[in-house]
Write a protein that binds this ligand. Structure first.
Ligand code: ADP
Length: 393
């Protein structure tokens, strides 16, 4: 039983082909620069990597070549082996509270909400439309980054602003990275072997969000109306005083969308360090006693600690804190600093066990008041699982 997970961008299409009997990736790859000069694809399978420059005028061309290659390279023997295609959709608003089988009605609803994620949703839809054209009889499933957060209560998802902003314009907290946080929640449920648990899931990569989870359900999450909210990130500011925006607009003669662009792309680690958005570069500079890099790292850690502390109280304590994504899975010193700043909660890290990258490992000591785990996330697998589940239903 094979399922393809798709993450389509405006000029790219990433795929993972899973054999669902053992949830193994049998091929994965990327089609890039679709509709732009110099387009190419890369397909990895069986320890091999095939890469070629090809003309890719549209997403439909990319899907046609992808399916041809899967058979040409002997990865599958016929297209009938593909039982379903799962598509990542960034924003589902409060219209989509869980993954759904794609129908014409779903496409209409997606079209109606695309303005809430204008850079991502239309691109995600291009991926669905291309696959529907090329594989019209294969079931498609849409999996939303926001759906997991739909269990937040009103007091959590509403902002303390005029209610009409919510009623008339849909201004509320939607969150993001929901598929990743759901994967972490499922992994923790399996590890603990029970349905009842309080989990703080820390997805900290270039983008980052922290989610409070009780018994598998999201209670609160750090991203908001858009992914700009919450913790500090590689290039995003996270939460700031909104009055800064008109003040800097006036100082720099910029409009609001230019300032939002600065907050999305020129802030965070990059903005504070004036050097790099990549935590590895920042840590290297910290070792050289670069002051701006040290302050940027300390601020990054502080914001993560702030949210963990907030969610610890919200959940009435925590059974597990899980670290995932680029920094969470790989950065030994950042995890260490975060846990040291949480020592007053009785959290104790085992420094030897923390010496790990990209593996599921318990990194807290046996007498730590909260169990701390590293759990590599797998959004593609989560999309494939949802697809299989919905098709079988
Ligand atoms: P995205 O949000 O784009 O998916 P990732 O989850 O891949 O990002 O995270 C990317 C970030 O992970 C990089 O910017 C880098 O800061 C961090 N990272 C990756 N490997 C390491 C490492 N070994 N040590 C510290 N940070 C790392």
């Amino acid at each position: 039983m094979k399922i393809i997970s798709i993450n389509a961008g405006s000029s790219s299409l990433k795929f993972s082909l899973f054999e669902m009997n053992n949830e193994e990736v049998i091929a994965s790859g990327l089609f890039e620069r679709i509709g732009i000069d110099g387009s190419k694809y890369t397909i990895k399978f069986n320890g091999e990597k095939v890469s070629q420059e090809v003309d890719l005028p549209s997403h439909v061309d990319a899907v046609n070549i992808l399916l041809d290659k899967l058979t040409d390279l002997g990865i599958i023997s016929s297209l009938d082996e593909i039982h379903g295609v799962g598509h990542r959709i960034v924003q589902g608003k409060d219209v989509f509270k869980e993954s759904v089988i794609v129908t014409d009605d779903v496409m209409e609803k997606l079209d109606a909400i695309k303005g809430f994620a204008p850079l991502h949703n239309p691109a995600n839809m291009l991926g669905i439309e291309a696959f529907r054209k090329v594989l019209p009889n294969t079931p498609m499933v849409a999996v939303f980054d926001t759906a997991f957060h739909q269990t937040m209560d009103e007091a959590t998802y509403l902002y303390p602003v005029p209610y009409s902003w919510y009623k008339d314009y849909g201004v509320r907290k939607y969150g993001a990275h929901g598929t990743s946080h759901r994967y972490i929640a499922e992994s923790v449920k399996q590890i603990l072997g029970k349905e009842e648990y309080r989990l703080i899931s820390c997805h900290i990569g270039n983008g980052g969000s922290i989610t409070a989870i009780k018994d598998g359900k999201c209670v609160d999450t750090s991203m908001g109306f858009t992914p700009l909210a919450g913790i500090m990130m590689g290039t995003r500011s996270g939460d700031i005083d909104p009055s800064i925006i008109p003040y800097v607009m006036e100082q720099e003669g910029k409009n609001a969308s230019e300032i939002i662009d600065d907050l999305n792309k020129q802030s965070g680690l990059l903005g504070m360090s004036e050097y790099s958005s990549d935590m590895r570069d920042i840590l290297e500079r910290c070792d050289e006693h670069d002051e701006k890099a040290i302050v940027a790292r300390d601020k990054y850690v502080r914001r993560v600690v702030d949210y963990i502390a907030q969610y610890y109280v919200l959940l009435g304590g925590a059974d597990v804190i899980a670290f995932t994504a680029g920094v969470g899975e790989n950065s030994i010193p950042v995890r260490r600093q975060i846990c040291e700043e949480l020592a007053c909660l009785g959290i104790k890290l085992d420094l030897d066990k923390n010496n790990v990258r990209g593996e599921v490992v318990k990194i807290s000591t046996d007498d730590s008041a909260v169990i701390v785990y590293v759990i590599p996330t797998d959004e593609e697998l989560m999309i494939a699982r949802d697809t299989l589940h919905l098709i079988n239903r």
